[in-house]
Design a protein around this ligand. Sequence first.
Ligand SMILES: *Cc1c(COP(=O)(O)O)cnc(C)c1O
Length: 397
Amino acid sequence: MSEVFKGNFTQQEPIPEEAIAAAVDVMRSGRLHRYNTGPGEAGEVALLEEEFAAWAGARYCLAVASGGYALATALRAVGVGPGDRVLTNAFTLAPVPGAIAGLGAVPVFVGVTESLVIDLDDLAAKAGEGDVLMLSHMRGHICDMEALMALCDARGVTVIEDCAHTMGARWNGVLSGRHGAIGCYSTQTYKHMNSGEGGLLVTDDADIAARAILLSGSYMLYQRHRAAPGPEAFDRVKYDTPNVSGRMDNLRAAILRTQLRDLDARCARWNARYRVVEEGLRETPGLTLVARPAAESYVMSSFQFLLLDWPDTAITDVVSRCAGRGVELKWFGAPQPSGFTSRYDSWRYAPSEPMPASDRVLKGILDLRLPLTFSEDDCAQIARIIRAEVSSVYQAA
Ligand SMILES: *Cc1c(COP(=O)(O)O)cnc(C)c1O
């Protein structure tokens, strides 16, 4: 009998008891709105912002309602408006082009390499088409950030980093989100901290921070923020910045503060799982692993591999055989996106020139989640199942 995996790929760990207690305290107080604070009380959101700024080594931090909201706020805060062209990854998740298109701006997609990072040659070719790059570290893969920043600085392109999958990751020792002008994070359930929905934005730029805080809906109560610039920064922009409400509330912040303290340990646990799968899949015939450069300290809460140049029918065969043995693979290359969209040609509201080299990569990407509810033994079993099914389909072809 061939083994079958019994775990659930979308089951995260429970919220820690300490976080639950903090949430109950907020509910007992009745003061859930971030600006509804008692005498001498900072409020959970302001404290989270202060703690996240310290963790990131950033001067300013704003907590908001979602990762997608953080991205849109970042774009607005650097002055992107209707009709502006914004460079972004051809391989990312729908909220990224959605944040751009939601402002009436126009995504210009930049290709993806076999390492699953933005293609710097394509970026160099397209850099003249937009003043802003929304760089998505999709699925935790980080490009050569020194090369990217040198290119963007030379061409006058402002970089906003989408760190939905790189909270805690580093390039050459620098935290992801701290190379560009703004770093944006998601605290949605499937990311590295879980508040159901939520987002964080960090920057060292006082004007960007002031605009982002006003945009998020601060009702001129910005002086209550603890990871914010001084009043002079707000005086410069407060009459010209619309309120686009998208605040975080004290309940979510309360459960995130506890999780932040434990983040580094959780990142290490994800990576241990990732390395077990990586070892288990090494030298599987027909399967390409994604090489990880030495400069990259990743945090991998999911795993990707490539079945490059495989016919569609063989890939669907692998996906269905693995599913039959309890291993859920997502195929980003499927002709019809299902349950998610991650490929530039799925976003028909943002048409693009075809990119054949990227299409070849995108067509071959398979993806699986590695929630912390899986043990390392579970991960070894998952790798055995994938290895067996990929090998037998490959040999039959
Ligand atoms: C999850 C995600 C976001 C933000 O998503 P929200 O659901 O709005 O928090 C942004 N970019 C990528 C790549 C993501 O996976």
